[in-house]
Design a protein around this ligand. Structure first.
Ligand code: TXA
Ligand code: MG
Length: 337
C-alpha cells in the first residue's frame, strides 16, 4: 500500500537519499508532485522508458538531477508538459512543428524549438542552448503527475548516464537507488524505446534521434527529414557510447561464439545458439513493436550472466527497427571508460 501524502522530506545534497518505491496510485502521485515542488527528484513511468524528473524552473534541482545520473551538464534535458498549450509557452512552434505535435501528442515524440525568453525551463536544463526540447507523454501516470504541478518536468531516462535505459521501477532502483527521493511504480513501459526527436529550430526539420514513432510516419507530415550530422553534439544521446550494458555487444551475428549470451530476433536462431550462456528473444514472431518493448529489459537480463559479450541477431532496418538498431549500435560503440 502506498503511504498517504504527508509532509515531504527532500534532501538537497547528493550524498545519500532515502529512495522509496510507491505503487503509482493517486496518493503516491500527489506525493511525487510534492517532492518535485520541493526541489526533489522523482522517477516516473512514461510510455517509452522511465524518466528521472525534476522541476524545470529550479536550477539547484536540475543540478541535482545531472549529478544523480552522472550526466555531463552539456547534455540538455527534455521538458515534459501536459499538452500542446503548455508546450507553446516554452518555445516558438512553427506551423510545421504544430502540425507534427497535433498529430503525435500525447505520445513518443520530442520536438525541439527555439526557446522563449522565460526561464520556465532554466538555462542549465537547456545546457545553455537557445533551443528547448518539449514532449507531451501519453502514459496516464505521467499525465496525472503533470496535472498536479504548475511547472514543466525535465526528465532524462532514469538510468546512470551511458547505461541501458530503464523500462520498469526495479531497473531505476538498480541504477539510482539512494540518489533520488521517490520512484513511482507504474509497471513496465510498453513502448520500450525513447521518443523520436525532431528539431524545428533551424530552416528545415531534422531527425535528431530515431525512436518510438517510426521515421516514415513522421515524414508523411514533414516530408523527408535531414539527419543530424555525425559530428554534431547537440544531442549527445546520439553520439558515441550510450545505452550500454557491461558486456560488449556484437551486432548482426550469424553464429554464437564462446562465452556469449544471445539476443535473438525472429523464429530462426543463429548457428551455435545452443552454446550461448543465455538466450532471450526480442520477438519470436519477428514483430518489431514487441522487440522494442523488450529491448532494454532483455539487455539488462543478459548482462547478469557475466558473458564476455552479447551476440545480437540481425534486426531489419525498417519501422521501429531503425531505432532499435540505433540503440544497439551505440551500445556497441567503443567506450572511453
Ligand atoms: O522517451 C524519452 O524521450 C525519454 C522519456 C523519459 O521521456 N527521455 C529521454 O531523455 O530519452 P534523455 O535525456 O535520455 O534523452 C534526451 C535527448 C538527449 O540526447 C539530448 O541531447 C536531447 O534529447 N536534447 C535535449 N534537448 C535538446 C535540444 N535543445 N537540442 C537538441 N537535443 C536535445
Ligand atoms: Mg537516455
Amino acid at each position: 500500500m502506498a503511504k498517504a501524502a504527508g509532509p515531504v522530506n527532500v534532501t538537497r545534497d547528493n550524498g545519500s537519499k532515502q529512495t522509496r518505491i510507491l505503487r503509482a496510485d493517486a496518493a503516491a502521485i500527489a506525493e511525487a508532485a510534492s517532492v518535485l515542488r520541493a526541489g526533489g527528484l522523482t522517477a516516473f513511468p512514461t510510455e517509452t522508458v522511465y524518466g528521472l524528473g525534476a522541476r524545470a524552473d529550479d536550477p539547484p534541482a536540475v543540478a541535482a538531477l545531472y549529478a544523480a545520473k552522472g550526466r555531463p551538464s552539456f547534455n540538455p534535458l527534455i521538458a515534459h508538459v501536459r499538452d500542446l498549450e503548455a508546450a507553446k509557452r516554452l518555445g516558438e512552434f512553427s506551423e510545421a512543428a504544430l502540425e507534427l505535435a497535433k498529430k503525435f501528442w500525447p505520445g513518443p515524440l520530442t520536438i525541439v524549438v527555439k526557446a522563449s525568453g522565460n526561464d520556465a525551463v532554466c538555462e542549465l536544463a537547456r545546457a545553455g542552448l537557445d533551443t528547448v526540447a518539449t514532449r507531451v507523454p501519453s502514459h496516464e501516470v505521467a499525465q496525472a503527475l503533470l496535472a498536479e504541478v504548475d511547472f514543466p518536468i525535465v526528465a532524462p531516462s532514469a538510468n546512470r548516464s551511458g547505461h541501458v535505459s530503464p523500462t520498469n521501477a526495479q531497473h531505476v532502483a538498480d541504477d539510482l537507488s539512494g540518489k533520488l527521493d521517490l520512484i513511482l511504480d507504474g509497471g513496465s513501459s510498453e513502448g520500450g524505446i525513447e521518443s523520436t526527436i525532431v528539431d524545428f529550430s533551424g530552416d528545415t526539420p531534422r531527425l535528431l534521434r530515431s525512436g518510438g514513432i517510426p521515421r516514415a510516419a513522421i515524414e508523411k507530415i514533414t516530408g523527408t527529414l535531414v539527419a543530424a550530422s555525425k559530428s554534431e553534439v547537440s544531442a549527445p544521446g546520439m553520439m558515441a557510447s550510450h545505452y550500454a550494458p557491461r558486456a560488449r555487444i556484437r551486432l548482426d551475428v550469424r553464429d554464437v561464439r564462446e562465452n556469449e549470451a544471445l539476443l535473438a530476433f525472429g523464429p530462426k536462431l543463429p548457428a551455435n545458439a545452443n552454446t550461448a550462456r543465455k538466450v532471450l528473444n526480442l520477438s519470436e514472431s519477428g514483430d518489431l513493436t514487441e522487440a522494442a518493448s523488450n529491448l532494454y529489459a532483455h539487455l539488462r537480463a543478459l548482462d547478469l550472466v557475466n558473458a564476455h559479450s552479447i551476440a545480437v541477431a540481425p534486426i531489419p532496418n525498417e519501422g521501429l527497427g531503425e531505432a532499435i538498431r540505433d540503440r544497439l549500435q551505440r551500445a556497441a560503440a567503443p567506450r572511453d571508460a
